[in-house]
Write a protein that binds this ligand. Structure first.
Ligand SMILES: Cc1cc2nc3c(=O)[nH]c(=O)nc-3n(C[C@H](O)[C@H](O)[C@H](O)COP(=O)(O)OP(=O)(O)OC[C@H]3O[C@@H](n4cnc5c(N)ncnc54)[C@H](O)[C@@H]3O)c2cc1C
Length: 297
């Protein structure tokens, strides 16, 4: 039996494994290799790893984890979890059943691409989610923002640190008159109508096709599609989750333990705040440490 099985071996899961491996706890990491930022050419904002391809950061991390004999990395999907604290069973897609005293869920989320031609194709390049991730590289250029609800006003305020040249696309949303007045005061034009296509031009840059008017060109388009957890294991376990503006997040306490004793969660799957490589790594490290400390005699 393992001490801990970690489901999802990306930034959160590997950070958890590192702490557990260094504490000489027996760990199996199950991973399917589809981390959320795999569409981006470079990852930004992680101290010591800024401007590296995401896959390069993970490859280096896996090489470092190979130093620890107690950590086993397995390319497999977790399909089911049963049992209770000190005796969990995890069924893999290969039909193998593994057992462990604790489980850490770090299987991330999947961004749900709208059915708009060019949206998915340009995700991570001309269509991006986060100014901290990629804003510096396109500072002072013409940014577009796809409105996703009242919370988008926070993005408008945030974006001023990078550019004063912003256009809002209402897309399928009604924008309230008071918000429109605020946007007008900031000299942010609003393009009404539904987005029907996104065509990329150049290294980045996008032409946005609108059903109710002419095309609009921007240098970069920010968008926040809804997301959903990459697996449904938390549902079958009945774990408590909280709603976020774009999806859900598994609820944890300050020790990263979920509503089921012995099951911990870390990374985008359990981050109602600001998801990033840094926060996922920090939460993963905390989950690993608290899972280990929960097994002390
Ligand atoms: C386009 C884009 C660009 C981004 N750029 C940046 C950036 O520059 N800087 C930054 O800090 N953040 C960036 N992010 C955010 C960053 O990608 C996430 O915050 C980070 O990947 C979260 O790490 P995680 O470990 O929680 O989840 P993930 O990295 O998504 O990893 C989850 C892992 O679990 C695996 N998995 C899923 N289901 C199962 C299962 N059933 N069994 C086993 N394994 C499973 C997946 O294959 C995956 O490997 C970006 C996001 C996007 C979408």
């Amino acid at each position: 039996m393992d001490d801990v099985i970690i489901i999802g071996g990306s930034f959160a899961g590997l950070a958890a494994a590192l702490q557990l491996g260094r504490a000489r706890r027996k760990v199996t990491v199950l991973d399917t290799g589809l981390q959320r930022n795999r569409f981006a050419g470079r990852s930004h904002g992680m101290l010591g790893h800024d401007h590296k391809p995401p896959s390069a950061i993970l490859t280096e991390a896996r090489q470092q984890l190979a130093r620890y004999p107690a950590i086993k990395m397995v390319n497999a999907r977790a399909d089911n979890i049963s049992g209770t604290i000190d005796n969990f069973a995890v069924l893999t897609g290969d039909g193998v059943t593994l057992s462990a005293r604790r489980v850490i869920l770090s299987y991330g989320v999947v961004d749900q691409m709208p059915d708009v031609p060019g949206y998915a194709e340009n995700w991570g390049r001309s269509v991006i989610p986060c100014p901290y991730c990629d804003g510096f590289e396109v500072a002072d250029q013409h940014w577009g923002l796809v409105w996703s609800g009242p919370q988008s006003m926070n993005q408008v305020r945030l974006f001023h640190d990078w550019t004063d040249n912003l256009t809002v696309f209402a897309d399928i949303h009604d924008i309230a008159p008071d918000i429109r007045a605020d946007l007008a005061g900031r000299k942010v034009p609003v393009i009404d109508g539904r987005i029907t296509g996104i065509a990329r031009h150049g290294s980045h840059g996008a032409t946005i096709k609108i059903d109710a008017g002419p095309d609009v060109a921007v240098d970069i388009l920010f968008a926040h599609p809804r997301n959903k957890p990459s697996a449904r294991l938390h549902e079958t376990l009945g774990l408590t989750a909280v709603a976020t503006p774009t999806g859900i997040a598994i609820k944890t306490d300050e020790r990263r333990e979920t509503s089921t004793p012995g099951i911990y969660a870390a990374g985008d799957l359990a981050n109602p705040g600001m998801p990033s490589v840094t926060t996922a790594s920090w939460q993963g490290a905390m989950a690993g440490i608290f899972a280990q400390q929960s097994m002390l005699v």
